[in-house]
Write a protein that binds this ligand. Structure first.
Ligand code: ADP
Ligand code: MG
Length: 380
């Protein structure tokens, strides 16, 4: 049974009637542009065919009730008394309500069920998908339009201020605004977007190493601090405004670690722009090379890969039909992404999975995806 059918069935079982709205909010994979969003830089993600699904209906009481098929405890709270209770996943739901109200929206209550096939904590952004899905549910039942950019901003505020994760805006932007068949170049400074089609006859393979970040919080925050330190050194607010030449010239004055962190961000921004140029030329070979270079930079300069990600990317890169591969997401575990020839996607998945298992003893999860649409109400 599809996940769509599953949640509709679960809704009917629980409420004895059909849902009023069914909503799909996708996870995402970033093709290139990693750790650039919080540096006001460029990213190039696409929405994937793994998503959070919600089936909901409005209710008279000003309360929200949501059951996740993946969680034991449902979320249940009053819209006029939203408090922090540190109740795990509920905080993502309450935080969206809080941020929408703070932005001036008059919210109506609703109830429903949700389910997701975006793996948690693997770098495909199950949290942003959940936030955008919940935001869309509030828009649908309260009768205001879903504004993809504003909702992304509220989702990031939720994650930063309510949930307490110091993340950038890429995940929410792509989950909210994804477009079928296209990757989205996002300028994280002004949130402008340009949809760019994937090269013809290519597919994207997502390769879950099955390793998860354990102490990422500190690693991630440390990287952010290095970037801030480097920006201050160059006298700018964000590394977006620093050139590759400037970083090279700073070699003697800047400590080695900060220099390498800055070099990753600055060269990665350039790689995103080069990637867009390659896509415009329908050139998967150049795009793939840029992805390989991105992985090397994340491994050697930014140091956010782990052995599993390095092995996975290397195996994919060496397989015929693969144009390029790199880690994707925050790093320290999770998924790698490969750009492959359409007719090789299945073979590459199988081959790389076998080799990865032989090398690491871990059983990876591979799946082929196209670029899908962003968060929306699904017409049944
Ligand atoms: P990711 O990289 O997948 O976004 P995060 O740690 O940022 O990982 O977010 C994962 C959190 O999002 C989970 O711990 C949970 O609170 C929430 N979440 C994700 N998927 C679901 C789901 N299917 N049901 C309920 N909560 C979910
Ligand atoms: Mg997340």
């Amino acid at each position: 049974m599809s996940i769509q059918d599953t949640i509709i069935q679960a809704f009917v079982d629980q409420f004895d009637t059909e849902p009023t709205f069914v909503i799909r909010a996708p996870g995402r994979v970033n093709l290139i542009g990693e750790h650039t969003d919080y540096n006001d830089g460029f990213v190039l993600p696409m929405a994937i065919d793994r998503a959070v699904w919600l089936a909901v209906r409005p209710r008279a009481a000003d309360r929200v009730f949501l059951r996740s098929l993946e969680q034991v405890e449902p979320t249940d709270f009053a819209l006029n008394a939203i408090h922090h209770t540190n109740a795990g996943w509920s905080e993502y739901v309450k935080g969206m309500a809080f941020m929408l109200q703070r932005a001036g929206y008059d919210l109506r209550g609703w109830e429903g069920v949700m389910s997701s096939d975006v793996p948690i904590g693997s770098g495909l952004s199950s949290s942003a998908a959940l936030e955008m899905g919940v935001g869309c549910a509030f828009a649908a039942v309260s009768g205001f339009p879903f504004d993809g950019v504003e909702m992304a901003q509220l989702g990031q505020k939720n994650e930063n201020e309510w949930v307490g994760a110091n993340t950038g805006i890429m995940d929410q932007m792509i989950s909210a605004n994804g477009r079928e068949g296209y990757a989205l170049l996002i300028d994280c400074r002004d949130l402008s977007m340009r949809a760019t089609p994937l090269p013809s006859d290519t597919l994207v393979v997502i390769m879950d190493t099955k390793t998860r970040h354990s102490h990422t919080e500190s690693g991630y925050n440390e990287r952010r601090m290095s970037c801030e330190r480097a920006a201050a050194f160059f006298g700018v607010s964000h590394l977006r405004d620093v050139t590759v030449a400037q970083v090279q010239h700073a070699k003697l004055e800047l400590d080695d670690v900060t220099l390498r962190r800055a070099r990753h961000v600055v060269t990665e921004n350039q790689r995103v722009l080069d990637a867009i140029a390659a896509m415009r030329m329908d050139d998967p070979v150049t795009l793939g090379r840029l992805m390989n270079a991105s992985h090397a930079s994340l491994r050697d300069d930014f140091e956010v890969t782990n052995d599993a990600l390095d092995v996975m990317a290397m195996l994919a890169q060496a397989t015929p039909g693969c144009y390029g591969a790199r880690m994707t997401g925050g790093g320290f575990g999770g998924c790698a992404v490969a750009l492959v020839r359409r007719d090789s996607a299945e073979t590459i998945s199988t081959t790389v999975a076998q080799q990865y298992e032989a090398a690491t003893g871990l059983q990876p999860d591979m799946f082929v995806t196209t670029a899908t649409a962003g968060t929306a109400i699904i017409q049944l």
